[in-house]
Design a protein. Sequence first.
Length: 125
Amino acid sequence: MDSEGFKELRDKAIDAVIKLSGSDFEDIPNISVMFDENKEDADSMLDIMLLFYRDLLIARKSGNEKLLINSDKKDIILKNTSRFSTGKLLHNIDIIEETRRNIKQNANYQLAIQVMLMKLQEENA
């Protein structure tokens, strides 16, 4: 994947995390379509989401901006840390890891993604 394509994918994945942190389920179908359209890059999208949740966790616990992986998204990260408790961030990371395992074990891709999105939404509602 070229760097421009990766940047676009990263922006979409981070946008999905932010949208899922709201209390409105109406974004789930759009985010699900985004995953369907980028199915070949699903592993990368899950990685991006994991790293973004990790950055939120680091920002929440330490406040040390130098430890952020997505340092260019520092403003977005710092703006959204209050939306998540430490427990919710850790649980969301577990949900994404569980989804990755399910997909690798040949679970239905669309179903696995939709269940993940609903679980992430529930956790943040």
